[in-house]
Design a protein around this ligand. Structure first.
Ligand code: AHG
Ligand code: MN
Ligand code: MN
Length: 342
């Protein structure tokens, strides 16, 4: 007769795995991490649930609309940008393994712990991506990247300025028709959905692989006249080859769709944003890490080396921008073909 444990293994019960248990299991692969990662990711999970609740009730609690200030990029801050930022800072602030946090909404990084006070990791994030869509009930997201802290580097900004290849983990939370948490720790891409009945993120898909190709592009085509000639050639080609166009205007939502269904997202240089609009360290890098882990590609798509991996850019500032072409490997290759044709 089999023992109760063997019996449950052999049963046909579905496997219900929480984000928390998943991280604990992942961490067994890195005994030196000593549980630190679990603490950080549980802080992010708590923040995600809290932000999700705020997003859902924003209209009722009257926290939609503009805050009345501007962030470091001179962009209008929404009230929820500030609320989401505060929630993340509060949740991460009391985790002893976090040395430095930095956000799209704050010009300077915040040093939480120095030297002997510990702190092996830095977390950098976009608290709410696509926040100008909030008033019209369109999906928004949170994007984060976790890096190792080097205590020998004196400045907080300098310790953060690591290329995307050095990321230890990255992810995003999408506040859509369901709340989805997508995570990579460099061992595949895994997707969790918040079950509101139990307040827990539950694993719904592990080792996501992006479709190799899908005839769909995602770009703000209104800027077409100011895109580089190669991007305009690509768009002409795509029109002739029966591509469809989808653009939510909330990068996390657009890239999430592409991760699951395939296609390509582009934010090329424009006259208004000659180096691209998206922020390297807390928008492009985490999404690029996820995309590459899922078998996709993420390249700069501009300049003399358009096929340069976003993850290889050496950052010179925590808020620097980059152009971005990200998605299915064959679709990114199609864009590059047109960028390289003279
Ligand atoms: P954020 O709300 O964090 O400032 O980011 C907005 C970004 C991104 O989500 C989106 O893809 C892009 O801005 C849309 O820009 P355009 O309106 O220029 O297309
Ligand atoms: Mn953003
Ligand atoms: Mn934002």
């Amino acid at each position: 007769m089999s023992s109760p444990i063997e019996a449950s293994r052999n049963s046909h019960f579905p496997n219900l795995m929480s984000l928390q248990s998943f991280i604990l299991r992942e961490e067994e692969r890195y005994p030196s991490a000593g549980g630190d990662f679990t603490w950080i990711l549980s802080a992010l999970s708590l923040a995600a649930k809290s932000i999700a609740a705020k997003v859902r009730t924003a209209r009722i609690e009257d926290v939609l609309g503009e805050q009345g200030g501007a962030n470091v990029h001179g962009e209008t801050q929404q009230k929820l940008d500030v609320i989401a930022n505060d929630i993340l800072m509060t949740c991460l602030g009391n985790r002893p393994s976090v040395a430095v946090v930095a956000s799209e909404e704050d010009e300077e990084p915040t040093i939480l712990r120095r030297g002997s006070q510990g702190g092996k990791y830095c977390v950098i994030f976009d608290p709410l991506d696509g926040s100008s869509n909030l008033d019209v009930c369109v999906s928004v997201g949170t994007v984060f990247s976790i890096l190792r802290n080097d205590p020998n580097i004196p400045g907080a900004a300098e310790t953060l300025q690591q290329p995307g290849t050095k990321q230890l983990a990255a992810g995003y939370i999408l506040y859509g028709s369901s709340t989805v948490f997508v995570l990579t720790t460099g061992n595949g891409v895994h997707m969790f959905v918040l079950d509101p009945a139990i307040g827990t993120f539950v694993l719904v898909k592990s080792n996501i692989q992006i479709p190799r190709a899908h005839r769909s592009y995602s770009v703000n085509e209104a800027y077409r006249h100011s895109f580089p000639a190669g991007i305009q050639r690509y768009l002409d080609w795509a029109h002739q080859h029966d591509y469809s166009s989808r653009y939510i205007g909330s990068m996390v939502s657009d890239v999430h769709r592409i991760l699951l269904q395939g296609g390509v997202f582009l934010y090329p240089p424009t006259k208004k944003n000659p180096t691209g609009k998206l922020r390297l360290m807390y928008e492009a890098n985490p999404m690029a890490f996820i995309m590459e882990q899922a078998g996709g590609r993420a390249v700069v798509g501009s300049g003399p080396e358009p096929d340069r991996r976003v993850l290889e850019i050496e950052p010179t500032g925590i808020h620097q921008r980059t152009s971005l072409v990200i998605g299915s490997p064959d679709e990114v290759a199609n864009v590059l073909t047109h960028l390289k044709a003279s």
